[in-house]
Design a protein around this ligand. Sequence first.
Ligand SMILES: [Mg+2]
Length: 333
Amino acid sequence: MLISEIGEVQLIKGLTRDIFPDPEVVVTGIGDDAAAVKTAEDKLQLFTKDVLVEGIHFLRETISPWQLGRKSLAVNISDIAAMGGAPRHLLIAVALPSNTEVEWIEEFYRGMKDLCRICSINLIGGDTVRSPQGITISITLIGEVERERMLVRSGAREGDLVAVTGFLGASAAGLELLLQGLPSQNEWEKEVLKAHQEPPLRIKESRILSASGVVTSMIDLSDGLYKDLGEICSASGVGARIFASSLPISDATGRVCRHLTLDPVSLAVSGGEDYELLFTFSEENLARMKDLSGELEGKIIVIGKIVSKEEGLKIVDFQGEETKLTRKGFDHF
Ligand SMILES: [Mg+2]
């Protein structure tokens, strides 16, 4: 059935079935002119928004509607996690061409609602409109964080260590498989494809890191290490040195790279969409971080060090030689 056949009221009724906003916090949700939620006095509210346009941010052929619904929300959760906070409320607007299949948008909502349930996020409002061409999705996610636990990009200091919460480059390897139209037949191909279509959630990691009191700056890896570490450096007025041999590149990513003759370091540095957390902490807190890493099943991986602004952004290659970090990883020529 096409959405043009059922009308907006029926469509929204169907899409917002089985959502269960927390009645303790949500005073009015979907069904009134605006949502009303209670806020905690000792916390800061966090707001983030993302717009996804078909043909630019996603292709309907390379991701299932369930995965797209999940991913649209997951990338916003990642931004809230990057501040050390927890996601709370969600507003969603979709613009749909009238020839969209009802099943497509239902599956999209199911992916989003499944994640809402896992992460205790209240879907409190939104809008559904007609689009002359292509699907557009706009998500606003509201989160909260204890005042003293909020983490920003500007706190990195010279001598701090740089760490990440998981593998780098897998999502980019998955995207490459999709763009080349290659089927994913084996375990490692499926693994990188999943990294791209179903990005990880790092709320638990974020909350543990923000409670530790030792993280000096944090950002989520949406645009790739090169760009996002660059953001921390420019906000903090520092430089950084990354060790190629410390970059966490999964076995699956390595295999796919060999198969497609891609450089794994280059994917890890500028591939993007890993949605891991990138953060810094003072070297004297390394033991504390190692304890936390145990709690997080080893998901704290030190990849470099903060240096002075004058030293810039550098990478130490596998031969131990230091060169400028570039979009390609390193470039000796
Ligand atoms: Mg971000």
